[in-house]
Design a protein around this ligand. Structure first.
Ligand code: SF4
Length: 366
């Protein structure tokens, strides 16, 4: 796993700032440049102090490379916001959410952080290289930004005009038709919304997301977005509460959401609420192999674009290997000791480093 945060001792840092790593010094220390051209030095050791802005005594610097963009706080914390060499960069919009899913890997927090992250993200977008291929938008629920969500979409369209934008949203806000209509006016065909749907039975979906009427809002929201020609994928997380009706859900998606351009079935990340809700959620992936195979092959046969995320090849039926993607973000991807002797190591996406538990059935494919 790649370390995204570090902390040293701040010297002369009076306000938080974003800066781009742009040079290494002779000692392999780093220099970061702010948008206004000023610089901040990042040192492992403690150099002779002067009036320059610097963070000293950092334990590690080799997690940063030239072109990375960091947020430097007055307390000496350095958070990596953009990694030049990664395809998994994302803008984090908020910790808030209007759902409270049983398996949320990053449980919502009820504090008003919208303005804080909005200020960071608008500055960050201007600093991100124009040739960036892909950028995610995530939270929490990004649409809780309201009007500022539209501003962000417009800024992305104009400042990163060739970047593919992938937005994770529970889709409930789109049930209000004017929201979908306003989004469509931004008119960026490079934007895709990844929206979760966990069952064709509204009661089961509402239970999993712990929100009454969520199923109706999400499905209506997807139809509203389709009415305004927006691009969408459906995301289905696999666990004890969702696996039984996967075949029925696949048929529901095909019949009722034909405008969806991609369906992703996703293995659990065992962290956040999943740990607390272990008994409700955890099952070995091989235990839902039949249902998953039926759902995936049905959608594929009906001509829909379908993938499997976050599941290891050794836990999947061979018929499903062509659908398995290396989906785990590079900074949280890892392999187990067992994997070193596996013949499929290169094509397998491995496991979540962030998961506190992995399947006991992971074993090298000879
Ligand atoms: S043993 Fe490791 S590399 Fe091989 S398929 Fe399983 S998880 Fe992937």
């Amino acid at each position: 796993m790649i370390q995204l945060n570090s902390r040293g001792i701040p010297i002369n840092i009076e306000s938080p700032t974003l800066a781009t790593i742009f040079a290494k010094s002779i000692n392999n220390d780093l220099v970061a440049q702010r948008a206004d051209g000023g610089t901040i030095a990042l040192y492992k050791h403690v150099p002779e102090l002067n009036n320059d802005q610097m963070i000293v005594g950092l334990q590690k610097l080799d997690n940063l490379t030239e072109g990375d963009i960091v947020y430097i706080n007055t307390n000496g914390a350095i958070n990596t916001l953009y990694r030049r060499d990664s395809l998994h960069n994302a803008l984090f919009i908020t910790d808030r959410c209007n759902s409270n899913c049983l398996m949320c890997s990053q449980p919502p927090k009820n504090h008003d952080d919208l303005s804080h992250f909005y200020a960071i993200n608008t500055a960050l977008i201007s600093m991100i290289p124009k040739d960036t291929l892909e950028l995610g938008i995530t939270g929490g629920e990004p649409t809780l930004l309201g009007q500022r969500f539209l501003s962000l979409l417009a800024q992305l369209k104009y400042e990163l005009s060739s970047t593919e934008i992938h937005i994770l949203s529970n889709g409930r806000s789109f049930a209000w038709r004017h929201v979908a209509q306003s989004i469509s006016k931004v008119d960026n065909r490079r934007t895709v919304y990844g929206i979760p749907l966990y069952s064709d039975d509204y009661r089961q979906h509402d239970y999993i997301v712990q929100a009454k009427d969520a199923f109706n809002q999400t499905v209506l929201g997807m139809h509203n977005m389709a009415r305004y020609n927006q691009r969408m994928e459906v995301r289905v997380v696999l666990h004890k509460q969702s696996y039984r009706r996967l075949p029925q859900l696949a048929k529901y998606i095909y019949r009722n959401l034909p405008f969806i351009e991609h369906v992703a079935f996703m293995g659990l990340e065992y962290t956040g609420y999943t740990v607390k809700n272990h008994d409700l959620l955890w099952m070995e992936p091989v235990a839902y192999a039949e249902e998953l195979e039926e759902a995936v092959l049905y959608l594929h046969a009906m001509g829909m674009n379908v993938s499997i995320y976050n599941l290891q090849l050794c836990l999947l039926k061979q018929s499903l290997w062509p659908f398995a993607q290396k989906s785990i973000s590079d900074w949280k991807q890892n392999y187990l000791a067992e994997c070193s002797s596996c013949s499929k190591l290169d094509s397998c996406g491995g496991v979540f480093e962030t998961s506190k538990r992995h399947s006991t059935l992971i074993s090298a494919i000879r």
